[in-house]
Ligand binder design. Structure first.
Ligand SMILES: Nc1ncnc2c1ncn2[C@@H]1O[C@H](COP(=O)(O)OP(=O)(O)OP(=O)(O)O)[C@@H](O)[C@H]1O
Length: 303
């Protein structure tokens, strides 16, 4: 578990992180969302003891991370996939990490296999694509089999297959009881992955809630359902307080309930669903309006 208490970081006049209190729990994927410059990377660096807070504190399992010897066994992190020595091979890079954390050397081949880089193990990292470097960074994070994992924008540079793989990996790591904390500046990257969302803007906490609650409150454009028994489903949905806007004989748009609740309800009443889709643009636009006041960099116009 990560616990941040009134965590604050100032750089001169810039308040990068402002009085941030939150927890990241085990067994869940927690999305850490915010626009560019919101303070995500600075927060992650403070969790890892790479930056000292100006005030406040952050601990991992009750202890500041910098107090842990052999840190990779406690927290695995991918901060900047490009921050690797290009002249080394993937295997040499991971072997050095393993040695300095007293991790058995056999683990190196295991994690290379796991991230799909076994064939590139003896190639120099300098020739890797960004996606391959992301995979290598993830391998490094997994090396010590840690209970807490931090990933800063891990989907950058990954192809669609890679994105799917990463999502599955995060879900699996959480189901094994680990705390998985993933930063992103795009809601779309989080909505299929995260259980919980912590949203920040200009260093301050804006929202801290389950994805389900966030979706229920903000998915104003709703969820499309397609079913041969629209009348039956409509009656159930209305009884649950949702509203339904019919789009055809078999399709309608539901607001006021999440896709998960609609699916559960249909299943319980043995109603067949042919489609159940949350409007992703609605979550993305909800995130954008939530953080609109704290967006630091706007293209082409004055703030
Ligand atoms: N070493 C530093 N010196 C001065 N200012 C810094 C430093 N590191 C970060 N900042 C400032 O702190 C603020 C937060 O930056 P940070 O990189 O943590 O944001 P972020 O949410 O990770 O953004 P992005 O999504 O663009 O990576 C920004 O205004 C940034 O310019």
């Amino acid at each position: 578990m990560i616990e941040s208490t009134r965590l604050t970081k100032r750089y001169g006049d810039t308040v990068a992180v402002d009085n941030l209190t939150f927890t990241v729990e085990p067994g869940k994927v927690t999305g850490f969302l915010g626009p560019n410059g919101a303070g995500k990377s600075t927060t992650l660096r403070m969790i890892l003891g790479l930056n000292a807070p100006t005030s406040g504190s952050v601990t991992v399992d009750g202890v500041p991370f910098s107090h842990r010897p052999r840190g990779l066994r406690h927290v695995g992190a991918l901060l900047d996939a490009q921050d690797v020595h290009g002249g080394r091979t993937a295997q040499a890079h991971l072997s050095a990490l393993a040695r300095s954390n007293r991790i058995p050397p056999a683990r190196v081949d295991e994690v290379l296999q796991e991230v799909g880089l076994a064939k590139a193990a003896r190639r120099r990292i300098g020739g890797f694509s960004l996606g391959m470097k992301q995979r290598l960074g993830i391998a490094g994070a997994l090396l010590g089999d840690p209970p807490v994992l931090l990933f800063d924008e891990p989907l950058n540079g990954l192809d669609p297959e890679g994105v799917l793989w990463v999502r599955g990996l995060f879900r699996r790591l959480a189901s094994e009881g680990r705390a998985v904390f993933v930063s992103s500046h795009m809601m779309a990257e989080m909505e299929h992955t995260a259980d919980r969302l912590i949203v920040i803007g200009q260093g301050r906490l804006i929202a801290d809630e389950s994805l389900e609650d966030f979706s229920a409150r903000n998915a104003s454009l709703g969820v499309t359902v397609h079913t041969p028994d629209l009348a039956g489903l409509e009656a159930l949905l209305i009884a649950e307080g949702a509203s339904v806007c019919r789009e055809s004989d078999q399709a309608g748009r539901v607001t006021g309930l999440t896709a998960a609740r609609i699916g559960d309800l249909a299943h319980r009443h043995r109603i067949v669903l042919h489609e159940l889709a949350t409007h992703t643009s609605s979550l993305e636009s909800a995130f954008m309006s939530l953080t609109a006041d704290s967006v630091e960099y706007l293209a082409g116009e004055a703030r």
